[in-house]
Design a protein around this ligand. Structure first.
Ligand code: ZN
Length: 581
């Protein structure tokens, strides 16, 4: 039965007979505005420090005759997002003045505040002593702000009393009146702020208090608080600045929440009412530091300032290719000029404009970069066409392994990845080390010999399958003890020594007196017992060397450059033995 009823209700709701209750509206936060009168004064900067530390925006009703003496304080107040407001020029009782007298008091102060905020800024007014009449109302030309919480801080010059008087009377939507010309009012009001924040209050400027609650304010009308309407428009979100390159310049786009104006500058100063108004994306030049703020009103109703720096992007790097003695330099980006030298100098003034492929001689070093309008020059790219005719993109003359890598490549023992990349610093794999030796050996497995490969992880079609079969069959390598060869694993330096030593043994090139030569490394006690004989012979025969600290680092990985260097020393060693015989 229950089920039938709920189905019936659902059907009624669908047909609109009964509507679902509206989703509860976001109740909104408890908002409260704290205001400071009669300044600025000698304590205002320490107050600003305290407000900044708490992320609190306040409203300052200031006297014109004090503003000029504290111009840097006023500028800071504005920069930090507080609302600047007018408390007459000299604290006259405005109710005693004519309408034009009131206007003069208000406008002279507005003009002084304009020096910071920019002309055209709106300033709310608080009449001294709260003294009101129709002349004040008309002459102010602005909303008149009263208060609903008065701690009488001018009377009780005691921070604790000020604090307690504020928190005792605080309420949602309140406007709190304090005077920043009394030293005790600074710690008293800050302590009250801390307490009320813990109670869930959010401190906002007077202008934000009314905007967020959807209340419009009228000139000449008194406001002393802003009760909750149950809705909260929320704070002003910071704008989002994006930029992209367009014909060598920067196109800037700035987005903000609906209804908020965007003010921006590409200059070094701050933003105010007279800053440029964003009306749509625009072009500017690199490099560019851009500041922007979203605002419903620049004076007291704006976001944090956002800064973005845009630097010109770099042109795409060119690719150098040498194939059969022909040099080609390409760049994937269009409208790009390529500059090159064949002298090997990277900072040479002798750059030439690349116009097309050209033959080059072995022993040529090539350097190139791209340039493109609206871009910084690309990073330089180097390549080497070696004396032995190998094209290298990552091995260069002057590197300790250059000659060994070049020889190993020229002799077909070591090959690059097809595009001149030899990865000298990369660890050599077990598969590659065995392939290196196999190629060096000049041996080949006779067709149909069908050497057994006793490892499950060596597929017959792999480039290292034949080398592994050869090496295993001739006692150069064994598996890893788990029935597998692990061709992709690295090779420690002592393992490398053993494999090369086994090769010499296989070729019967170990002299009878091997083991009598002397060798020593600072870390020789780290060499495993099974590797000592190999490391020892290879070292005193000059095939292995320690590092600058005379360490062998037996457990360190063998790089491709180290493997090539040892192989070439081995070749020289074998050559010298054969020469003697
Ligand atoms: Zn006052």
């Amino acid at each position: 039965m229950k089920r039938v009823i709920s189905l019936l209700l659902a059907a009624l709701m669908l047909t609109g007979v009964i509507t679902a209750p509206p989703a509860a509206k976001a109740a909104g936060k408890k908002l409260i505005a704290i205001t400071y009168d009669d300044g600025p004064g000698p304590y205002t900067d320490s107050l600003l420090d305290g407000l900044k530390a708490r992320g609190v925006k306040a409203t300052f009703f200031m006297l014109g005759n004090r503003v000029a003496s504290y111009s840097s304080t006023v500028a800071r107040m504005y920069r930090e997002g507080h609302q600047l407001a007018n408390h007459s020029y000299d604290h006259s009782n405005l109710a005693n003045l004519s309408e034009s007298g009131v206007r003069s008091q208000i406008q002279s102060t507005n003009r002084l505040l304009d020096k910071t905020c920019g002309s055209g800024t709106d300033y709310m007014v608080r009449a001294p002593y709260g003294s009101m009449n129709s002349n004040v109302s008309r002459g102010a030309g602005a909303p008149l702000i009263f208060w609903s919480v008065d701690p009488q801080d001018w009377l009780y010059r005691n921070a604790e009393t000020v604090k307690n008087n504020i928190i005792r009377n605080a309420h949602d939507g309140a406007i709190i009146l304090v005077h920043d010309i009394h030293s005790t009012s600074i710690p008293g009001s800050l302590a009250a702020i801390d307490y009320l924040k813990r109670q869930g209050y959010e401190f906002v400027t007077v202008r934000e208090l009314f905007r967020r609650r959807g209340q419009s304010m009228k000139n000449g009308v008194q406001y002393s608080s802003c009760r909750s309407t149950g809705s909260d428009a929320g704070p002003v979100e910071a704008p989002i600045i994006t930029g992209e390159t367009e014909n060598g310049r920067l196109r800037v786009t700035i987005k903000a929440q609906p209804g908020a104006a965007i003010y921006y500058t590409t200059g070094s100063g701050g933003l105010n009412q007279n800053s440029a108004r964003y009306t749509g994306s625009f072009l500017t030049d690199y490099p560019c530091r851009l500041q922007a703020v979203a605002a419903y009103n620049m004076n007291g109703s704006r976001s944090e300032t956002v800064t973005e720096t845009f630097t010109m992007p770099k042109a795409k790097q060119p690719d150098i290719i040498v194939s059969e003695g022909i040099l080609t330099i390409e760049c994937a980006a269009s409208d790009t000029e390529i500059h090159y030298t064949l002298t090997g100098a990277q900072d040479s003034g002798g750059w030439q404009l690349y116009t097309g492929e050209m033959p080059i001689e072995p022993g040529t070093e090539i350097t190139a970069y791209s340039s493109c309008r609206g871009h910084l020059d690309s990073e330089q790219v180097r390549a080497s066409f070696s004396e032995r005719g190998t094209f290298f993109r990552d091995v260069f003359p002057g590197q300790w392994y250059y000659d060994a890598m070049d020889r190993a490549a020229a002799e077909g023992c070591m090959s690059g990845s097809g595009s001149g990349i030899f990865a000298p610093a990369k660890n050599i794999t077990r598969g590659d080390l065995v392939t290196l030796l196999y190629r060096y050996s000049g041996e080949s497995i006779e067709e149909g010999a069908d050497l057994p490969i006793p490892f499950d992880d060596i597929a017959p079609g792999k480039y290292y399958a034949e080398p592994v079969a050869w090496a295993h069959n001739n006692g150069l390598v064994s598996g890893c003890g788990d029935g597998l060869f692990h061709p992709g694993r690295g090779v420690s330096r002592q393992e490398m020594a053993v494999i090369f030593y086994n090769f010499l043994n296989y070729r019967q090139l170990i002299p009878d007196d091997a083991g009598t030569g002397s060798w020593s490394y600072a870390d020789e006690d780290k060499i495993s017992s099974w590797a000592k004989e190999a490391v020892g012979f290879m070292s005193y025969a000059g095939l292995l060397q320690g590092n600058g600290k005379n360490e062998f680092q037996p457990l360190g990985n063998t790089t491709r450059a180290q493997a090539a260097a040892v192989l070439m020393r081995l070749e020289d060693y074998i050559g010298s033995i054969n020469g003697q015989s």
